[in-house]
Write a protein that binds this ligand. Structure first.
Ligand SMILES: [Zn+2]
Length: 122
């Protein structure tokens, strides 16, 4: 059970959706800037695509920034799915609620601070 109210969840959903649109726009613009036939044709599909199919299609032209946006895109999609499934705001490693301040700062967070820092030490 989430520690967030439906109203909170709705606010996070709106923020995530807004960020998702931004990230897709960035990917789109960067692909257009690449200027190859392949990247331009991919750019036309960005807005309807899921992260998974994007990442397969982009493996050919995957560069630093694009990779980063693609990573964000996956995290955003996962966070939105977790809102729908009622798991949003719960740490995927320890099942404890993720601190509200952390979610406010980073709405895609899927781990609590403790688990995240453990992971980063690996
Ligand atoms: Zn945790």
């Amino acid at each position: 059970m989430s520690h967030l109210s439906n109203k909170d969840l709705e606010q996070f959903r709106q923020r995530l959706l807004a960020y998702l649109a931004e990230v897709k726009q960035e990917i789109h613009d960067r692909l257009v800037n690449e200027g190859t036939d392949e990247s331009i044709s991919l750019a036309g599909k960005v807005h309807d695509a899921q992260a998974e199919s994007m990442s397969v299609a982009m493996s050919q032209i995957n560069r630093g920034m694009l990779k980063m946006y693609l990573h964000d895109l996956k995290d955003l999609e996962m966070a939105l799915e977790r809102i729908d499934s009622g798991e949003y705001g719960i740490c995927i490693d320890c099942d404890e609620p993720i601190a509200r301040a952390r979610l406010d700062a980073y709405p895609m967070a899927k781990r609590c601070i403790k688990c995240q820092s453990l992971r980063e030490q690996d």
